[in-house]
Design a protein around this ligand. Sequence first.
Ligand SMILES: [Zn+2]
Length: 85
Amino acid sequence: MSTEVLPGSDTRQDTDIRPDLSPGDGDHERFAHYVQKDKIVDSAVSGTPVVALCGKVWVPSRDPKKFPVCPDCKRIYDSLPAGEL
Ligand SMILES: [Zn+2]
């Protein structure tokens, strides 16, 4: 099993992800989805997929900072109370 450094393992809040939607990019694998941090940590340990706010199941093995925020996740996240994630 390889060891990967994933966002969310530090003390910084990951709420500063800026939407940077690219027109025509419909590949959901290339979106950064919102996931509860403890779920990300668990996934990092076990390698199991996590469920994003939008319902997408995937393994967050990429750096979400490199990808535009999933519009569905963003909409749901914006509707949540602050600090919900
Ligand atoms: Zn999403």
